[in-house]
Design a protein around this ligand. Structure first.
Ligand SMILES: [Zn+2]
Ligand SMILES: [Zn+2]
Length: 407
């Protein structure tokens, strides 16, 4: 098996952090936690496990956080025990090539995508589900950090992996590989939209347009044709695509966001001292898909009283953010992580299944989002392209030809 890993080795992480100040090549040096390994194919450890061969795998922002060691040691998730080895790549599509004898759902040849993690109650084979898993929000599983006897081995950045069968979702024939790799980010975008579904006539802002932002715009448009949807883009080419995805207005991140937000929503803009500004009125809902101090501070100030900010962007650092709008204007601050089960048109459905259905029907268009493809051996170039939105104009970068990767 060929597979890419990040080893959570404290001395390697510390050394790479120091060396990376001299050269970004440090992240790919032999001293780095990131490695492309060739391992013996592990046997299936339990009768309900399967082996999958990857066809295509997208690079997610969370993969980049791990590769570039972008986390502080003093944030809450880091207090939890972590796996000693992280296998990179969860936005994969592939084929089952071996199925354990205890389950009948999967056969060799079945095309699948992966839920992401394999630490929840179902993946552990537990009959009694924790409250989050019982709701279908497996990413919030209460037992996620408990020790387990068998670990999935391998990820999407490699040729094959083994995993409990309950972590896989079937891909309909009509969904192409190039669409299927968007199942997880689309499921995440659907979950985020459901944290605060827009009502007719409401004004919603999507702050930040990468893969999740573009998908979120389409989801919001799909669930509420009568909402006014605006977006903030970093580059003009992103603004063009945001329009094509269905936003009514888009402005650039380097524009005067306060003036833009006031003009769009009819809010009143007040100027305090030293550039301190505040809106009275504003958006009903702001989805902060970037999640850095500047965007979250703006999101809270651009939201009207009793409106809602949904924090979607992942940031593993302590942030200096002005939270006063939370009490001063009773702005609700919600988070969104992973995927869950939602009610759509009277039907309870997992956001994974809904994502696949909407991609199949064309309600979610992903073709413009897959901008670059690389073979796995060109991983340095692939990761650099994924980071470089300005020159490369990348949205989703994917690894291809995975099954034929040379050992
Ligand atoms: Zn992802
Ligand atoms: Zn659970």
């Amino acid at each position: 098996m060929q597979t890419m890993v990040v080893d959570m080795d404290v001395s390697k992480i510390a050394l790479t952090r120091v060396l990376s100040r001299l050269t970004p090549a440090a992240y790919f040096a032999p001293t780095a936690p990131l490695r492309l390994l060739t391992l013996p194919d592990p046997p299936l450890p339990q009768p309900d496990w399967v082996r999958v061969r990857n066809r295509l795998c997208g690079i997610c922002g969370s993969d980049l956080h791990q590769i570039f060691l972008d986390a502080s040691l003093d944030v809450a998730p880091v207090a939890l025990p972590s796996h000693r080895r992280i296998y990179l790549g969860h936005e994969m599509v592939g084929d089952v090539i071996e199925a354990g004898p205890a389950q009948t759902a999967w056969r060799p040849g079945d095309r699948v995508v992966r839920w992401g993690r394999a630490d929840d109650c179902a993946a552990r084979g537990l009959a009694d589900r924790c409250p989050a898993c019982a709701r279908g929000h497996r990413v919030l599983c209460m037992r996620a950090s408990e020790p387990r006897s068998h670990h999935p081995i391998g990820g999407g950045f490699g040729d094959t992996f083994i995993t409990p069968a309950s972590t896989l979702v079937r891909v309909p024939d009509a969904v192409r590989d190039e669409q299927a790799i968007f199942t997880e980010p689309a499921a995440v975008a659907i979950h985020a939209a459901w944290r605060c579904l827009p009502q007719p006539g409401q004004h919603v802002l999507v702050l930040g347009v990468g893969t999740i932002g573009f998908l979120l715009i389409q989801v919001l448009r799909a669930v509420q044709a009568q909402a006014k949807i605006s977006a903030v883009a970093e580059f003009p080419w992103q603004a063009d695509l945001a329009r094509a995805c269905g936003v009514d207005h888009v402005f650039l991140a380097h524009a005067d966001g306060y003036a833009e937000a006031a003009a769009l929503t009819g809010a009143r803009l007040y100027h305090g001292r030293g550039g301190n500004r505040m809106l009275m009125g504003g958006f009903d809902t702001v989805f902060d898909v970037v999640g850095i101090p500047a965007t979250l501070t703006n999101a809270l100030r651009w939201t009207q009283a009793r409106g809602t900010v949904v924090l979607v962007g992942v940031n593993l650092h302590r942030m200096r953010v002005d939270l006063t709008p939370v009490w001063h204007q009773e702005v609700n601050l919600l988070g969104a992580v992973g995927h869950d089960i939602v009610v759509w048109q009277g039907e309870e459905i997992s956001t994974f299944e809904l994502a696949l259905r909407w991609m199949q029907s064309g309600r979610l268009r992903t073709d413009p989002l897959l901008t670059h493809r690389f073979p796995l051996h060109a991983f340095r170039q692939a990761f650099a392209t994924a980071v470089d939105k300005r020159q490369a104009r990348s949205i989703k970068v994917a690894f291809e030809e995975l099954a034929t990767a040379a050992p």
